[in-house]
Design a protein around this ligand. Structure first.
Ligand SMILES: [Mg+2]
Ligand SMILES: [Zn+2]
Length: 194
């Protein structure tokens, strides 16, 4: 029996949202936070949101890098954020892809965005109410994830976002489109239920 869902969260895409989009991120040396990332995450921390990273990392299924590399990237991000007084509460990612070639990862799963598996995990672990929560990302699939779970979705123009903005899917509208994560944070704090 699940407890009451009382927490609000901001679910953040990783590549092109928190850090520079560099294609398949296969080395920790290539991690680069955007200049506003620490301020944005800290503002979510202060406002009382859980901050949960949700990322598709199909490079694992494709054999481009291992889960150990993904974990190393997330440890490094956590250090950079901590140095600025910011904290991501959980780092969730999907290592799968149906077209992958690595045994155990080459499959259709329920956690590859826009499937809701990663958000459902946060609901279980933190008691998060998706209806009081937000998803921020640079792809329409991030907005689609928000729709799937009943959260609000913000598209950012960093990473692939500017390109994505120019080719919106027929059946999908973002609740807001922001230049970057700090812009998204401004909109979210204004529309926050906390
Ligand atoms: Mg992205
Ligand atoms: Zn998955």
């Amino acid at each position: 029996m699940m407890g009451e869902l009382t927490e609000s969260a901001v679910f953040l895409d990783r590549d092109g949202t928190l850090i520079e989009e560099v294609g398949y991120l296969d080395r920790v040396e290539r991690v680069e936070l955007y200049p506003w990332t620490i301020d944005a995450v800290r503002s979510f921390n202060r406002a009382g949101f859980r901050v949960v990273l949700v990322s598709n990392q199909s490079g694992v299924a494709r054999g481009f890098f291992t889960e150990a590399v993904v974990d190393e990237v997330h440890r490094h991000m956590a250090q950079l954020l901590a140095a600025g007084g910011a904290r991501i509460d959980a780092y969730y990612y999907c290592p799968h892809h149906p077209d992958g070639k690595v045994a155990g990862y080459a499959l259709a799963c329920d956690c590859r965005k826009p499937n809701p598996g990663l958000v459902e995990r946060a609901v279980r672990e933190f008691g998060i109410d998706p209806a009081r929560s937000f998803v921020v990302g640079d792809r329409w699939l991030d907005v689609a994830l928000a729709r799937r779970v009943g959260a609000r979705g913000v598209l950012v123009r960093t990473g692939y976002g500017a390109t994505e903005e120019g080719k919106p899917p027929a059946d999908l509208v973002a609740d807001a489109i922001a230049d970057n994560l700090i812009g998204a944070a401004g909109w979210i704090l204004k529309h926050s239920p906390c």
